[in-house]
Design a protein around this ligand. Structure first.
Ligand SMILES: Nc1ccccc1C(=O)C[C@H](N)C(=O)O
Ligand SMILES: [Zn+2]
Ligand SMILES: [Zn+2]
Length: 210
């Protein structure tokens, strides 16, 4: 029997954490049924990097593709959830013993607890050297449960660039605290927004029996 799909998306709500200085998320009802006579209609404002989202390469490289240009096949398929919550820095040596089981997508569980409404003071460091290692394993998508694959104060974004050079796309701010490591079906499609540097993703997984 097939397992149920599990939501691993941060809920958008008006208290959701924003990257410092960036546009806060805000949803409201713009028109009320009692006024229109027929329907409620909402509107929302958000940064493209709030909550669970995909980075387009254009986010950090002006000559690179924007989000609607990305192949949807990257964001659908089998994914391996890997527990790395014990480490403050992730290097190739921490990934060497993992059996990648021919998956093309990995989701790194880096935090024991994700606080949706509070921007973290620090995040584990993902060393850029992991990019070529993951490429050798055939990986095309890296998902993380932190706001950035680079240090929060980084201006050079070495890990973003290294991943891009190695053909690996990025999803940030997943929610993996209740997820057991292992093999899953994964769907995490970014919204089709023309010219965008990134877009919100609704990410779901379903356990694969082994
Ligand atoms: N929202 C921002 C506002 C200003 C400067 C950076 C950001 C980011 O989100 C960058 C982050 N390194 C990212 O991986 O998406
Ligand atoms: Zn981002
Ligand atoms: Zn990013």
């Amino acid at each position: 029997m097939k397992q149920h799909w599990i939501d691993i998306t941060q809920p958008f709500r008006n208290t959701i954490a924003t990257w410092p200085g960036d546009t806060a998320f805000h949803f409201e009802l713009a028109y009320l049924k009692e006024d229109t006579g027929s329907v409620n209609i909402g509107r929302f404002t958000t940064s493209t990097h709030t909550g669970t989202h995909a980075d387009a390469p254009y986010h950090f490289d002006v000559n690179a593709p924007t989000i609607e240009q990305m192949d949807v096949n990257i964001y659908i398929g089998e994914a391996l959830v890997i527990n790395l919550t014990e480490y403050k820095e992730i290097r190739v040596e921490h990934l060497k013993s993992i059996d990648f089981r021919e998956v093309k997508r990995v989701l790194f569980k880096l935090k024991k607890e994700v606080e949706i409404d509070r921007f973290p003071e620090s995040v584990p460091i993902l060393h850029p050297e992991i990019a070529s290692f993951l490429k050798e394993k055939g990986i095309v998508l890296l998902g993380v449960d932190i706001p950035s694959v680079d240090p929060l104060d980084s201006k050079v974004l070495d890990t973003h660039h290294a991943l891009y050079r190695n053909g690996i796309q990025i999803i940030e701010n997943l929610m993996l605290q209740h997820v057991t490591p292992g093999l899953y079906d994964f769907i995490g499609l970014p919204l089709h927004i023309e010219g965008a540097d990134g877009a919100p993703v609704r990410a779901v997984i379903r356990k694969i029996e082994d």
